[in-house]
Design a protein around this ligand. Structure first.
Ligand SMILES: [Zn+2]
Length: 330
């Protein structure tokens, strides 16, 4: 595991705590999804457990604790995740954790607990955990990792030392991305940076060919609905297995770009410069007011998609809307 270039300053702070022997008992790492929070949390956890960290404080990778960590079997690193993706972290999980914490750490250094994502502690789990934070056990460091501080209990937040990871600047992301994927041209990396809103791990995900291919195929289908080649319901059915948040994100950028094309804005500012020709064509077909209306619907659907179970009906509504606004001016 290597240090992410945009986390060097935070790492310095964390490492200073360690060197001065005053690591806070509860840390909270906060930032956008895909920015590498868990990476930082795990890196710090490992460095706390390693017997011979290097001059930068990074774990050596070779000592006994490091080898146990690599095998994911170090008894003093406990990770608490939701048992199912997207579900809550339950009181049962926290009770089990608290039982473990009654025992002494097995090695001489620290014991580290990582809770991710911390905003998914349900109410009773959060209350039980708060009691622990009021009377923490010695040599035990809790690292909470959160995508969304606004929905976390203030009582927990007030007991944590907070670390915010800021979105890195464009050139940092592009350099890192091309380091991860040397075949990527600068132009490709720039398109991906724009499409992923500058979030590094989302960009990395994009740079994998299958994501780009999927995005291209989805755009072709979108174009086919607009040109009356495909039916919205058929495409909604085809798309129902894809990740809806990702799809809505893409569709939103297509609509923004169509609106920009209507205003004849410079290609450089498009999210999807590679689709410029098709977007221009679509922009000529539709009325601006309709485009804005559909864009509003996409934004509402993004919010709804977090709670609504029937995601396919959300998609269908958008695709039908898209179909209709293309029909009105034929
Ligand atoms: Zn080590």
């Amino acid at each position: 595991m290597t240090l992410l270039p945009w986390q060097a300053d935070l790492w310095q702070q964390l490492n200073d705590y360690k060197k001065q022997n005053r690591v806070p008992q509860a840390l909270l790492i906060n930032g956008a999804k895909g920015i590498g929070k868990l990476n930082l949390a795990e890196q710090f956890a490992i460095s706390l457990l390693c017997e011979k960290p290097d001059s930068n404080g990074l774990a050596c990778g070779n000592c006994k604790p490091c080898l146990l960590l690599k095998a994911d079997s170090h008894p003093d690193l406990i990770k608490i995740y939701p048992e199912e993706l997207g579900k809550a972290i339950t009181i049962g999980q926290i009770r089990l954790l608290l039982t473990q914490l009654n025992l002494k750490p097995q090695y001489n250094s620290y014991r580290v607990i990582i809770i991710h994502p911390a905003e998914q502690l349900n109410n009773s789990a959060a209350n039980a955990f708060l009691k622990y934070l009021e009377e923490p056990t010695e040599r035990t460091i809790v690292i909470l990792v959160s995508n969304n501080l606004s929905i976390m209990p203030a009582t927990i937040l007030s007991r944590c030392q907070k670390f915010n990871i800021q979105k890195p600047d464009k050139s940092t992301v592009i350099d890192w991305l091309r380091g991860q994927n040397p075949e990527l041209s600068l132009t490709e990396a720039e398109t991906i940076h724009r499409l992923s809103n500058g979030v590094p791990f989302q960009a990395l995900d994009f740079s994998k060919t299958e994501t780009m291919t999927m995005r291209n195929n989805c755009f072709t289908a979108w174009l086919e609905i607009g040109t009356n080649v495909q039916q919205p319901a058929v495409i909604a059915e085809k798309w129902h297995k894809l990740q809806i948040s990702q799809l809505l994100e893409w569709i939103a950028t297509w609509m923004i770009d169509i609106i920009k094309c209507k205003y004849q804005i410079n290609i450089v500012s498009l999210y999807n410069p590679d689709f410029k020709k098709q977007l221009d064509y679509l922009a000529q077909k539709i009325i601006l007011a309709d485009a804005f209306k559909l864009y509003d619907l996409i934004l509402i659907s993004k919010q709804r998609s977090e709670t609504q179970l029937n995601k396919q009906s959300l998609l269908e509504e958008i695709l039908i809307g898209w179909y209709r606004i293309n029909q009105t001016n034929n």
